[in-house]
Design a binder for this molecule. Sequence first.
Ligand code: ZN
Ligand code: ZN
Length: 119
Amino acid sequence: MRCPACVDADLDKEGNCRRCGGQWVDELLVEHQASHSLRVTGGRYSERHCPMCDEKMDEPLIFDVPIDRCEAHGMWFDKAELEKVLKRARSEGWEPEEQVDPGSSLRGLIAAANVWRGD
Ligand SMILES: [Zn+2]
Ligand SMILES: [Zn+2]
């Protein structure tokens, strides 16, 4: 898969870009492992393209952090954005379980999704 943020870089099989440090997250994977689906708000348009279908992505907010998202495929977090999301999640009452390393972004996101309340 192509990195949506770099002009010419590929993502590794975990969805990380070694060049810019961003990360692609398969949303289905998160939803399958979390008991809540991810709650996103807003919906501006991003100029970036989904690495899977090449459609332009949206730019919704997760915990008030703007990210890039293809509704069908997943979400793109720039370097440190995922960390910012997890930090905000914690300030809204998310307490990670002990075995969740907040630095382990995907697991942290799944854990945070579990405390996400829909409307
Ligand atoms: Zn990149
Ligand atoms: Zn897509």
